[in-house]
Design a protein around this ligand. Structure first.
Ligand code: GLV
Ligand code: MG
Length: 313
């Protein structure tokens, strides 16, 4: 699985941003043809994006292009121009405002045709689906299972809040007057369940108050705690926070590796299934939890700072 702790939005209509994004340490960049690009700039943005993918240095990053949603007249040309122009330099397409599985199937079919016609490896380009409306959320389980190309489900809070008439204008923050809990909990969990059911990543969307880094960390931390894999970043200043928040802490990573080693030792050498590790009882379920943290730590490039020493008989 690709690392997607930080997913940087880059408007395709701005060549300067397309250039600058290459030097920013985000795990993923998505070059946008949708809502950050004005209707009259869409055609020019396609050309900018093809040139940036072909000529730019995106090494170490997942390269994604967000096309327009299927309610517009732009989507099919977005896909054809970008994939014919730069398909071999592209990892995924992001489809916004997905409302039912047939929309992903449409994109999958179109991609297959373009790949065949242009001698590209069939099936290599993945799909990210944005869930940004009540309809999308209600259909999210089926959307998650709609195509082998799907890699992530992405929450789009701005469009989503508008779709359900949530009474706020500050994207990502709690609606004023709601003091009972987290207004996003159900939505995030719903997306996360569908993602895990289909072995996909779950990505949280943007936090628009880009000057408020504490706010960003708080909201990102909430999604990370639930199990989300990453979050959008709209500004370079949010990248470091995202990479940190979505990587396990060194201490937790070390602890996870220790549990794996200890469990391995006790189950194979001593043939016991539930054992004490210090003050803590570990069993097969602890191993599974440790596997998740260890995998995220390894993907984030963490190294171990301790080792497991078997007890001396
Ligand atoms: C992102 O696309 C959003 O609507 O929040
Ligand atoms: Mg949106």
């Amino acid at each position: 699985m690709r690392s997607r702790r930080s997913c940087l939005a880059v408007p395709g209509s701005n060549p300067r941003f397309l250039e600058k994004a290459q030097g920013i340490g985000a795990d993923e960049v998505f070059l946008d043809l949708e809502d950050s690009v004005a209707p009259l700039a869409k055609e020019g943005a396609r050309k900018n994006i093809v040139a940036a993918l072909r000529e730019g240095d995106w090494s170490g990053k997942t390269r994604v292009v967000r096309v327009n949603d299927l309610g517009t007249q732009w989507t099919y040309r977005d896909v054809i121009e970008v994939v014919e122009g730069a398909g071999e330099f592209l990892d995924c397409l992001m489809l916004p405002k997905v409302e039912d599985p047939t929309q992903v199937v449409w994109l999958d079919t179109l991609l297959t045709q373009i790949e065949k016609a242009n001698g590209l490896e069939v099936g290599r380009i993945g799909i990210e689906a944005q869930i940004e409306s009540a309809r999308g959320l209600v259909n999210v389980d089926a959307i998650g299972g709609s195509s082998k190309r799907l890699e992530t489900l992405v929450f789009g809070p701005a469009d989503f809040m508008a779709s359900i008439n949530m009474r706020t204008l500050v994207v990502g923050e709690q609606p004023p007057g709601y003091t009972e809990g987290d207004a996003y909990h159900y939505i995030l969990m719903r997306i996360l369940m569908a993602a895990r059911m289909h072995d996909l990543q779950a990505i949280d969307g943007p936090y628009l108050a880009i000057k408020d880094l504490d706010g960003y960390r708080r909201v990102a931390g909430r999604a990370a705690a639930l199990g989300f894999d990453g979050k959008w970043v709209l500004h370079p200043s949010q990248v470091e926070a995202a990479n940190e928040v979505f990587s396990p802490a060194q201490e937790d990573y070390d602890h996870a590796e220790l549990i794996l080693d200890a469990y391995d030792y006790y189950t194979t050498v001593e043939r016991r299934g539930a054992v004490m590790l210090g003050d803590e009882m570990i069993d097969e379920a602890s191993r599974k939890m440790a596997l998740v943290v260890a995998a995220k730590g390894r993907a984030a490039g963490l190294g171990r700072t301790g080792t497991f020493t078997p007890p001396t008989p």
